[in-house]
Design a protein around this ligand. Structure first.
Ligand SMILES: Nc1nc2c(c(=O)[nH]1)N[C@H]1C(S)=C(S)[C@@H](COP(=O)(O)O)O[C@H]1N2
Ligand SMILES: [Mo]
Length: 205
């Protein structure tokens, strides 16, 4: 298989040397679809994103309000626990840190639990979510986020395996205590750092 005119092995070797390809990963040019359960139907006229938990006041944004917030674009590498990595993927959305600035968090907020349409959940420390490249993303490669990739809105957390990037996001819970999400309860690692190869719970260190 040839990618970008180069042999895939060469690209993978170069990417690994450049510190961009974590152990046990190979490069894919596509973004495979990985979903648990049926695709939720989306109606933007009733959609909202709500925050609750360790915030001064619970609050919701409808699509009109949310999509009026300032956006940023990032070009990042994505790593899935099923051993594929997609380099240089381009996303646009609201920077998570900027969104948090609107939420009036209490100092007790230490963890973020993402709740999705369809019931999927995933958890991360707030500190991880405050990095520059963490987005509430609604555009992918210059077009609206496709349904199968999480429309209308998903979290994008490039520093963790891709199961930590919640598709069809509807609620953000700020919590004082950590609460493992869907795959974390199902045996995946709680942290999921691809460069530490934290795939499964037994890989913990
Ligand atoms: N709501 C929801 N979000 C989800 C999932 C899911 O099943 N439902 N799967 C996760 C997993 S395991 C992966 S690898 C990525 C896949 O995202 P993609 O389908 O856009 O590649 O989404 C994550 N977010
Ligand atoms: Mo996944």
């Amino acid at each position: 298989m040839r990618l970008f005119g180069k042999n895939r092995r060469e690209i993978e070797r170069e990417s690994r040397q450049a510190g961009r390809l974590p152990p046990g990963q190979s490069i894919t040019r596509k973004l495979p679809v990985m979903s648990f359960g049926p695709l939720p139907s989306i109606d933007l006229s009733t959609w909202d994103l709500c925050v609750f938990g360790e915030v001064a006041e619970s609050r919701c944004w409808n699509w009109e309000e949310f999509s009026a917030l300032p956006t940023v674009s990032v070009t990042v590498d994505i790593h899935c626990v099923t051993h594929w990595s997609r380099l240089d993927s381009q996303w646009e959305g609201v920077r998570f840190r900027d969104f948090v600035a609107l939420c009036d968090l209490k100092p007790s907020a230490q963890y973020v639990i993402a709740h999705c349409d369809g019931g999927y959940t995933t958890n991360l420390p707030l500190e991880v979510m405050l990095a520059d490249e963490v987005l509430l993303a609604y555009r992918y490669e210059g077009a609206p986020l496709p349904a199968e990739h999480g429309a209308p809105l998903r979290t994008l957390v490039p520093s963790r395996y891709f199961w930590k990037s919640a598709k069809h996001l509807r609620k953000l819970e700020f919590s004082e205590v950590d609460r493992p999400g869907f795959w974390e309860q199902g045996g995946y690692h709680n942290e999921g750092d691809p460069f530490k190869e934290q795939r499964f719970r037994r890989d913990r260190f």
